[in-house]
Design a protein around this ligand. Structure first.
Ligand SMILES: Nc1ncnc2c1ncn2[C@@H]1O[C@H](COP(=O)(O)OP(=O)(O)OP(=O)(O)O)[C@@H](O)[C@H]1O
Ligand SMILES: [Mg+2]
Length: 234
């Protein structure tokens, strides 16, 4: 394919390095990480505890900055943006799903779902209600998160991650804190929502079964990102 017709990747990680200092010791968590992710791709990110998976998600979302290297998303070099612009970029383009749901306890279910819209200066209540209906939680809209089960909270968190129509969903062990069966249900919902809308997903998981749901697996090993073949037996 010649240069003109080659489609550029949606996310491009170019020689990303990141270290953390602990006292006098500096730990290099990510070592010149390179990856290209195409539009609509679902990626499973694997690696041992402490291998830097969450650190990498924080860099892709622009919460943190790499020490060196570039992260280009949809043609925008987010590493070159000011912190304020990076925050605006994140609010608009990224949705998050966390292991511990991270719903705001003092807001109702509906208010939690509306939050990403409000941060973008929108108040599309009907869209929030429609999504709540899609995950069968419309009748819980006035409840506070602590009245919901873990699986229900995660369903709210999934639609909160999608309500503002971001281009990328980052999910950090989204089924890590719920039972297996509910976890499957959560993954089915995520898959349905994300594939239907052609969104990108980067899913951190320790589970081989969960990783199967992705188009491609990437493995972090001692700070180096490697392609993981599906054939490898774990
Ligand atoms: N803000 C920070 N300050 C200092 N060290 C950090 C910071 N964030 C991460 N680290 C260190 O970087 C390494 C990678 O952490 P990270 O949370 O990215 O791992 P992980 O792969 O997500 O692990 P887990 O599977 O347990 O969630 C760890 O050694 C961690 O202690
Ligand atoms: Mg982590």
């Amino acid at each position: 394919m010649d240069k003109e017709t080659k489609k550029s990747p949606l996310i491009s990680l170019e020689h990303i390095s990141k270290s953390f200092a602990e006292g006098n010791v500096i730990y290099q968590v990510l070592k010149s990480v390179n990856a290209e992710i195409s539009e609509g791709e679902c990626i499973a990110l694997l690696g041992r505890s402490g291998s830097g998976k969450s650190t990498l998600l924080n860099l892709i979302s622009g919460i943190d900055k790499p020490d060196s290297g570039r992260i280009v998303i949809g043609g925008v070099d987010i590493t070159a943006l000011s912190e304020h612009r990076r925050t605006l970029f994140r609010r608009k383009n990224i949705g998050f799903v966390y292991q511990f749901f991270n719903l705001i306890p003092t807001l109702t279910v509906l208010e939690n779902v509306l939050l990403p819209l409000e941060l973008n200066g929108k108040n599309d209540r009907s869209r929030a209600l429609e999504l709540l209906d899609e995950v069968s939680l419309l009748d819980r809209k006035g409840d506070y998160p602590d009245r919901l089960s873990g699986g229900e909270q995660q369903r709210v968190a999934i639609i909160r991650a999608l309500v503002h129509d971001p281009i990328i969903i980052l999910a950090d062990e989204p089924t890590g804190n719920i039972d297996k069966e509910t976890g499957h249900n959560i993954l089915d919902i995520m898959e349905k929502f994300i594939r239907k809308r052609g969104k990108n997903l980067i899913l951190v998981t320790h589970s081989k079964e969960v990783a199967k749901f992705a188009d491609r697996m990437l493995l972090l090993e001692e700070g180096v990102l490697k392609k993981q073949s599906r054939e490898i037996v774990w």
